[in-house]
Design a protein around this ligand. Structure first.
Ligand SMILES: [Zn+2]
Length: 256
């Protein structure tokens, strides 16, 4: 059933190209992950060594929300200062809500998430973050300035378009053995999940529900209802969207 649905969807060249581009990003993330983990662990140790010893045993119950964080203890105040010192966008938006500040002294990934877009509060390790988050981290943390990251900036600013390549396998997609241990179906599910999360957070950030959001949600619902093999996997996401709609909708004439 799942395979039949997937093969039907891959009849669309646009859809197949989207899967290919997304698959490339997954491969890129796999290649970068080990490097990023190693660098961020070293970075974390260096920052931790700068925290005055007198503060090491302070108790902390600080919480960060959204783009604001007002430290409630001297340790978090120091960590915030250090994190900002190394932020390439320190005067712009920083999603402190990604982090659990009380874990900064002991968990390097909670520090890394201060350099990522919103929506990563529950991503407790690099393996749970997508390529976009890893690329944002490399671009936003000056730890990586000593490497040439011009290619990273190019990826972040580019519009993805993948030509149909005849030199691929006959179905136009790299084979499972050539690329990763993920099947095309698993890749597809990951990409849809990422797309739904990004769309959800974009609407939540605006804090308003527009006709365009309505059209987007209708398109998502139609896609999932036309593809029964995917519908059950993303049922919870649809419920989440409808809950957000109920919360935000004030405009007349918008109905699901
Ligand atoms: Zn604190």
């Amino acid at each position: 059933m799942a395979l039949t649905g997937l093969l039907q969807r891959l009849n669309s060249m646009g859809y197949k190209n989207w899967i290919k581009a997304g698959h490339c990003l997954l491969l890129l993330k796999g290649s970068l992950q080990e490097f990023v983990v190693s660098e961020m662990k070293t970075f974390h140790r260096e920052l931790r060594s700068k925290i005055p010893a007198a503060l090491q045993n302070s108790s902390c119950q600080c919480k960060a929300t959204g783009k604001t964080f007002h430290p409630g203890c001297p340790v978090c105040a120091e960590w915030k200062r250090l994190i900002l010192n190394h932020h390439t966008n320190r005067n712009g938006e920083i999603h402190w809500g990604n982090c659990n500040p009380s874990l900064w002294p002991t968990n390097y990934w909670e520090v890394a998430k201060a350099y990522m877009p919103r929506g990563h509060a529950d991503k407790r390790g690099p393996e749970l973050c997508d390529a976009s988050a890893i690329l944002n981290l490399i671009n936003a943390c000056d730890r990586f300035r000593r490497f040439d990251n011009s290619k990273v900036r190019a990826v972040l600013s580019s519009d993805w378009f993948v030509e149909d390549c005849d030199h691929y396998e006959t179905d136009g997609l790299p084979s499972r053995e050539e690329t990763t241990s993920l099947s095309v179906y698993e890749v597809e599910k990951q990409l849809i999940q990422q797309l739904l999360e990004e769309t959800y957070f974009q609407i939540e950030d605006k804090n308003t529900w527009t006709q365009q959001d309505n059209d987007t949600l209708q398109a998502i619902k139609k896609f999932l209802s036309d593809n029964e093999d995917l519908h059950s996997d993303f049922k919870a996401d649809l419920v989440r969207f409808e809950s957000l709609y109920s919360h935000l909708t004030f405009a007349e004439g918008c109905s699901l």
